[in-house]
Design a protein around this ligand. Structure first.
Ligand SMILES: [Zn+2]
Length: 411
């Protein structure tokens, strides 16, 4: 293989973070007729850059292959909707956005977040490349530009008279193959006194809580706070505040502005988080290089649990069909030999099969019909919500199993 370079600083990538083998695209759910055809698998091997400590996957698939017909509709998670609504209320209160402001969201999905700004009378614009998802947003009255975001799209919007007072990007920074072009585009689209907020999973939490299943082809980059600060600084943007959030197993919400805009001083939380990451050695290679051994141990534990359950005649089914579940199941080699089926509330996934493992996805009612002994919760970040919603499995002695950070059974 020719040398692969860091997508931020161009240093050749030499250091292994974790190698999860060959895996299909995590969101490529299969229709029944596709089960008899070949299926593409791609290397899922994350590296860490020795210069900027960006953890990353080399690009083996193009964004067009991944995002043009994306099956993920944000509006189907109650927790996520509540999170979006609270964010909108907080940010309006803190910065005073009103009918004279322009909010722009990059990767606006089905408009699940912008709808709350619209309700408050704040003008909104979504940018969303997945056509099927963008059309849902437009039908709900959210104007949406159907394009990938970067310098070019930002330039076109500015030429058309659009610039952002608030530029939002939730769970998109990790998905961007050309990171420098994306951040440079944000710089262009932001008004001189505008604010950027972005949320993305925090690498520190991924490592501390063994969330290796959140590594999949759609996630090109994994950021520590120190690294994201460097990336923004390189493009003339300053992060002036940061919050640590519980979403997706531990995310950061960063607040950024133009470097020249000194009206918003860099806050205490920024300095504290940088100091914490430095104290935990996130600016040296050591913690990154020791991560993969823990991942292998988790695979052995999960397989040991499943082998034991099956040898005792127990039945195991899954709950949820999230992308992270597909990384976990493919890496561990768990198919319908261990997990009979999984269920998902999204009608866009029911009747399909999980990529690679070909585990069928049913409506949640199937669980009550078949009364399994174990329910394996794949979206572990929604563990409490799911255990409450599925509490009735206890009627027949059913138990919950959570695979991450390590296998745990809940009665
Ligand atoms: Zn680098």
């Amino acid at each position: 293989m020719s040398t692969v370079e860091c997508r931020f600083c161009r240093t050749p990538l030499k250091h292994n973070f974790v190698d999860l083998g060959m895996s299909p695209l995590a969101n490529s759910y299969l229709k029944p007729e596709a089960l008899h055809q070949m299926e593409p698998f791609y290397p899922l091997h994350a590296y860490v850059c020795e210069t900027c400590f960006l953890v990353q996957l080399p690009m083996v698939v193009t964004p067009e292959q991944i995002f043009s017909d994306y099956a993920y509709f944000s509006s189907y998670s109650d927790t996520w909707l509540k999170h979006a609504q609270t964010y909108v209320e907080d940010v309006i209160k803190r910065f005073g956005f009103d009918s004279g402001s322009q909010v722009v969201e990059v990767a606006s999905n089905d408009g699940y977040l912008l709808q709350y700004f619209k309700e408050k009378g704040v003008p909104v614009l979504g940018i969303e490349p997945a056509r099927n998802v963008a059309e849902v947003a437009e039908a709900a009255g959210i104007p949406t530009v159907k394009k990938f975001f970067g310098v070019q799209t930002a330039g076109e919007l500015v030429a058309g008279g659009k610039q952002a007072d608030l530029l939002v990007g939730n769970n998109v920074l990790a998905h961007v193959p050309d990171l420098n072009d994306f951040v440079a585009g944000m710089k262009i689209l932001l008004k001189p006194d505008g604010i950027i907020t972005m949320e993305f999973p925090h690498l520190m939490q991924l490592m501390a809580n063994n969330q290796f299943d959140t590594i999949y082809h759609e996630h090109f980059s994994y950021f520590s706070f120190v690294t994201v600060t460097k990336v923004f600084a390189e493009h003339g943007l300053t992060i002036f505040d940061v919050e640590e959030l519980p979403t997706h197993g531990g995310s950061l919400r960063i607040y950024a502005r133009h470097a020249q805009d000194t009206s918003k001083p860099v806050g205490r939380r920024v300095k504290e988080l940088i100091a914490k990451e430095e104290a935990d050695c996130f600016t040296s290679l050591e913690p990154y290089l020791s991560f993969s051994e823990r991942v292998k141990e988790t695979k052995r534990q999960l397989l040991a649990f499943l082998i034991d359950a099956k040898q005792n005649g127990a039945s195991v089914v899954g709950y949820g069909a999230p992308a992270k579940g597909n990384t976990l199941l493919n890496y561990c080699g768990i198919r319908s030999d261990f997990v009979d089926y999984t269920v998902d509330r999204s009608p866009h996934k029911q009747g399909y099969y999980l990529p690679g493992t070909h585990i069928p996805i049913h409506h949640p009612d199937k669980v009550r019909e078949t009364k399994p002994d174990y329910l394996l919760i794949l979206p572990w970040n929604l563990k409490s919500e799911i255990m409450e919603q599925m509490a009735y499995i206890r009627e027949w002695g059913g138990k919950f199993v959570v695979p991450i950070p390590e296998v745990q059974v809940y009665l």
